[in-house]
Write a protein that binds this ligand. Structure first.
Ligand code: ZN
Length: 269
């Protein structure tokens, strides 16, 4: 089952004046079936259909989750740790991206002039469906998971290295594209992660190559902080990271989910 957040196109900003836009600001939740989106009352819990359906061509997909935080795992693929000259961590290495960095499919990633090196990092991401804090050891964690999606952990690599702390390099507005929707089926065991820039494949990995499993990661994070419905966990990037430039199109694809596509532009300074 594919879950999404969307706006019917007649309510999208392109066709509306400023005053009209205010009257329809809310995003809707939906289930994608065939070529249609069926509206549901909430993204969370058992889907309750409202009876309103739209053809996919008549909606705009929005970012599928509105996280209170994005928790990322660094160096979770040995080959990626090696390509940046880092050791493989003994424990999951976690850091945060702010909710203000989130954008949806097709929204532009904006490169700030302060950075000379902005990288893509295609990642397999988990979307939390139920509040999770300190689950018991051995507990089945699937009940806490709404589903899985694609995420691009865009990174100002030069600032990340210069600061030691990751916050600035990881947190610019538009540095966290998420989407295009959430796959609710359990696809962890067989998922591949790929990143293409301008149609050329740059990254390829398989979830089986992750140093820490999705269960180990959720367990680790939830010992520290309460995971809330909508929170997103990025599980680390496979090898092949590289720079983005204004004019590029970057695509992160996860098998069984789909492709998250974003154009890249220079930020107006
Ligand atoms: Zn990352």
């Amino acid at each position: 089952m594919k879950l999404c957040r969307f706006q019917p196109l007649e309510f999208s900003s392109a066709n509306l004046s400023r005053s009209e836009k205010k009257s329809h600001p809310e995003a809707r939740a939906g289930v994608i079936e065939g070529g249609e989106v069926r509206e549901i009352k909430s993204l969370f819990g058992v889907p309750e259909f409202t009876g309103s359906d739209w053809p996919l061509a008549e909606i705009r997909l929005l970012v599928p989750a509105m996280p209170s935080k994005i928790v990322c795992v660094g160096r979770n693929y040995a080959e990626h740790a090696a390509e940046l000259g880092n050791e493989v961590p003994k424990e999951p290495l976690i850091f945060l991206k702010p909710p203000s960095s989130v954008i949806g499919p097709d929204e532009p990633i904006l490169i700030p002039s302060i950075s000379q090196r902005v990288d893509y990092e295609g990642e397999f991401a988990i979307v939390i469906g139920e509040t999770c804090y300190r689950p018991a050891a051995g507990e089945d964690l699937r009940r806490y998971i709404l589903g899985y999606t694609c995420l691009n952990d865009v990174t100002a690599r030069d600032l990340q290295i210069r600061d030691v702390q990751f916050t600035r390099g990881k947190s610019f507005d538009t540095f966290c594209p998420i989407g295009p929707f959430i796959e609710a089926e359990w696809i962890v065991a067989s998922a591949t992660v790929e990143t293409h820039v301008n149609g050329q494949r740059k990254q390829f990995g398989h979830t089986s190559q992750m140093l820490f499993s999705t269960d180990a990661i959720i367990h680790w994070i939830a010992q520290v902080m309460t995971l809330l419905p909508g929170d997103v966990i990025a599980t680390g990037t496979p090898p092949g990271v590289g720079a983005l430039a204004a004019g590029d199109t970057v695509e992160v694809s996860v098998s069984g989910i789909g492709t998250l596509r974003n154009p890249v532009a220079a930020r107006e300074e």
